[in-house]
Design a protein around this ligand. Sequence first.
Ligand code: ZN
Length: 345
Amino acid sequence: MDFIKSLPKIELHAHLNGSLSNATLLKLRQLKYGDDTNIDPQFYQIMDANLTLSECFLKFKYAHDLTDSWDALKLATECMIQDFALENTIYLEIRSTPKKTVSLSKEDYLEAIIAGIESSSHAHPNTLVKLIVSVNRADGPTAAQENLEVALKLHQKYPNIIKGMDLSGDPLKFFYRDFAQVFVDARNAGLGIAIHAAEVNEKYEDVKDILDFGPDRIGHGTFVEESGLQNWQTLRKKKIPVECCLTSNVKCGTVKNYEDHHLKKLFQYGHPVAICTDDFGVFDTSLSQEIELTAKHINLSNWDLMKIMQHSVDFSFASDAEKKMLHEKLDQFKKENLEVLKENI
Ligand SMILES: [Zn+2]
């Protein structure tokens, strides 16, 4: 575990609202409602460990409610970055769906997150942070077009922070083709594309359309193989990296147990994978814990973990100069830990 703790880490798949620790949720609640604990006492039930799946999902409801102002969003972003920085995460891509609230436009919403990223760059200079603008499937194509427009506008203003677009949310809502033009336009404007794909064991045509488009990375990819040989071959042939989120998949029940996680097969085939948290606050995990669980249940050595971090840098949305800097940090760690790495090949 010491090795994993000190390993410089790369996180490519983390949603802001799902990545708020209990301590952060408490701070946000205090900011919005003050110290009155009688307001909605159900809130305190989600602070317990070992929540049921529906209780886990309640955290999303509270996170949405508590991040509806500029100050709250900035604070939430700063706390999330701090939590990752404390785990020695040297590169973090945050993704978030911009929302209109009583006091914020979609543009303000993203600007508040960017303000949190900028202030954190002073507090945690060792953690490089980027922002991916998400499209929530459930909100439909019109909202997706709005998100694209605000993403492109802010990409012009903050080219070093806004680096990509993501499609996420309920996989049963709408079809990828309903959003296809948004992602073509985003790619043409120079944004990286990450798409949640094959999260559930249905809508095979959707998986085909996503893989044919060929995003830079896919999230989960749990049922690509089940969705048909052609889809599996396309994934392999195009070498589309898969962001694997073990605890999220096991807790949501899309993967039976850690040992059966598809990361194992992908890794054995030499397919590019990243180890990610998805929503560490909701699923009560951390990046270190996900790496440890992967090592334990998928039987990966320290060398393998090191390799996964190095490959994750390659398919991140960082600039070439930033990738070089991240590789140098990993190489330095490798040099300093050669003995430990050798012990466990
Ligand atoms: Zn996700």
